[in-house]
Design a protein around this ligand. Structure first.
Ligand code: CAA
Length: 387
């Protein structure tokens, strides 16, 4: 067993940490307050190679492993979760999806722009009446011979306005249920694509989450990803990888809150000594450190399994389920360690607390993760411990 990171992985971690601290931190409170999209920061993330980290360099990506991606997500999520969700969707849902399942022509046309971050992508599965129940797609992709006619509404779409490309799941053969769904690559400037208003959210406030309407959008057949009817399997497989990204985001939130709590507890004095010399706070820090470390092990292990080409759906679901719960618990604790200061924006922990909640919701709620894990257990496709 190896618990050490390679020199390359350590270098990625260091670069992401420095970027988050120096570039993202200075404006993060203002962007969050004003719900201001981090345009310049996303451009810089592209220049740093953070938007297509795992993609083959032949298509403009970084050719890195999933562990490196997770390390970068963790560092960026300690500071700015609007930036890390933008990064996560582009890396794991869009670039990875096209690289793994797209045609060579799709890779040449789209991946070469998406992986270097010249373009951004969005993943459009959720609908007003199909969130957790994702097989109930109402959006339709009518087969018109050489093209599909796309109609419907998607919501909660990250990168909704800033993206150039959407991967849209839509029903072509309703009689086949989820086996009739297709995944289509749609360019956002095509006729009939209408972007709704930006959502005013509890957390990740500067990321652009929108409802999208597709009204008679003509999508060429060559933009279908995979075989006819492959769209739901595509979405599920892509989300397995996406869940590692969100698990890493949750880990970063928890770790960031913990680090802030440790730093504050060293500076702040009460009853004649630093508050971390009081057992009430010291034991809180011990619990926080233990939970953060446990979450880290699950997240890194899910990434490691993916890199080894092994089955990782349960591992990703476990990592996301646990890390997001730890993010919620530890951000609450970090605010408590800060006392009144934790309740105001300047000390960053209140933002992390607000950001933590979404990690229990998007890319499959905690309840859906439990469904994935338990179904695998009951199917006998048992989660296999490596030890
Ligand atoms: N990996 C691979 N395949 C999976 C899978 C997984 N994790 N979960 C389900 N599937 C497959 C099943 O094996 C089945 O395939 P077959 O028919 O070929 O056997 C198929 O999907 C349908 O599954 P079920 O029969 O179990 O259908 P269900 O309706 O009972 O359950 C579900 C499906 C697991 C609940 C699924 O709908 C689901 O994952 N829902 C959550 C959707 C989700 O995560 N949405 C996130 C939106 S994207 C987002 O948030 C991005 C963003 O912007 C940040």
């Amino acid at each position: 067993m190896q618990f050490s990171l390679t020199e390359e992985q350590l270098a990625v971690q260091e670069a992401a940490r420095e970027f988050a601290q120096q570039v993202l931190k200075p404006g993060v409170i203002e962007r969050d307050t004003k719900m201001e999209y981090p345009k310049a920061e996303v451009r810089q993330m592209a220049e740093m190679g953070f938007l297509g980290m795992m993609t083959d360099p032949a298509y403009g990506g970084g050719g890195m492993d999933t562990i490196s991606y997770v390390l970068a997500m963790e560092e960026i999520s300690k500071i700015d979760n609007s930036c890390s969700v933008i990064m996560s969707v582009n890396n794991s849902l869009v670039c990875w999806g096209i690289e793994e399942y797209g045609t060579e022509a799709q890779k040449q046309k789209y991946l070469t722009k998406l992986a270097p971050g010249d373009w951004l992508g969005a993943f459009c599965l959720s609908e007003p009446e199909a969130g957790s129940d994702a097989t109930s797609q109402r959006t339709t992709a009518e087969d018109k011979g050489d093209h599909y006619l796309l109609n419907g509404t998607k919501n909660w779409i990250t990168n909704g306005r800033s993206s150039n490309v959407h991967i849209v799941m839509a029903q072509t053969h309703p009689e086949l249920g989820h086996k009739g769904i297709n995944a289509l690559i749609v360019e956002t400037d095509w006729d009939g694509v209408v972007i709704g208003a930006k959502e005013d959210k509890l957390g990740i406030r500067s990321s652009d989450t929108h409802t999208i309407m597709y009204n008679d959008v003509v999508v060429p057949k060559e933009n279908r990803v995979g075989a006819d009817g492959f769209g739901f399997t595509f979405a599920m497989e892509v989300l397995n990888g996406g869940r590692i990204g969100i698990a890493a985001q949750a880990l970063g939130i928890a770790a960031g809150a913990y680090e802030l709590a440790v730093a504050y507890s060293q500076e702040r004095e009460a009853f004649g000594k630093p508050i971390n010399k009081h057992q009430a706070i010291a034991f809180k820090l011990a619990d926080m450190a233990t939970e953060v470390e446990a979450a880290r092990m699950l997240v890194y292990r899910a990434a490691w399994l993916k890199d080894k080409g092994e089955r990782f759906d349960s591992a990703a679901a476990m990592a996301k389920l646990y890390a997001s719960e730890v993010a919620m618990r530890q951000t609450v604790e970090a605010v408590q360690v800060h006392g009144g200061y934790g309740f105001v924006k300047e000390y960053h922990v209140e933002r992390l607390l607000r950001d933590a909640k979404i990690t229990q919701i998007y890319e499959g709620t905690s309840e859906i993760q439990k469904l994935v894990i338990s179904r695998n257990i009951l199917k006998g496709a048992l989660y296999q411990p490596v030890m």
